[in-house]
Design a protein around this ligand. Sequence first.
Ligand code: FMN
Length: 196
Amino acid sequence: MILGICGSPRKQSTEYVLKYALGELEKKGFQVKYFSVSGKKIAPCLHCNYCLENKVCIQKDDMFEIYDSIKNSDGMIMASPIHNGGITAQLKAVIDRCRSLYAIDINILRGKVGMSIAVGGDRVGGQELAIQEINTFYILNGIIPIGGGMFGANLGPCFWSQDSVEDVKNDKYGFEALDKTLKFFIQTYNLLNDNI
Ligand SMILES: Cc1cc2nc3c(=O)[nH]c(=O)nc-3n(C[C@H](O)[C@H](O)[C@H](O)COP(=O)(O)O)c2cc1C
């Protein structure tokens, strides 16, 4: 199962492109699951270290809706709008709250494939930095970060929404980069799962 996590507090551009990506995977036979932080209460990590002792987070909020999906997924796609040059506070909270997962087992996420999507209101508004923030989480946890390669996609799909869903749909460059990155995501998934 491939888990898509949308880091936007709204149901707009980022949701649109992430659902497009999951739809493409579905067409190729993947089981997918979508989760959005929109309308959810996910508090930032308190660094209380309760999880290190008890193997579960002390903060009983909506993060519990995705702990199992994160753990059981074969791959994930995290997508974030750009807020002040980086990922949203909501997505960062999800990332930090994964501490209670690797409190159970430091290798719990190792070997999954991970892809990142960034959506900015500006053409160059921090998308690459946001992708690097998500990829850093992947690297720290042994998740294999997938980029799109040179000549058009580079670190992964960087979308230009111009602050509207209608405009993000017209971002041809963004969708080309997304398609290229999905190709490598599937290729790596297949290599890892003897699916070739
Ligand atoms: C608090 C805040 C900060 C933002 N900062 C940036 C920014 O630094 N760079 C950028 O390109 N867009 C920025 N934006 C615009 C959003 O990234 C853009 O509208 C995006 O499409 C929102 O995605 P969504 O519609 O999925 O929520 C910001 C928006 C908000 C609310």
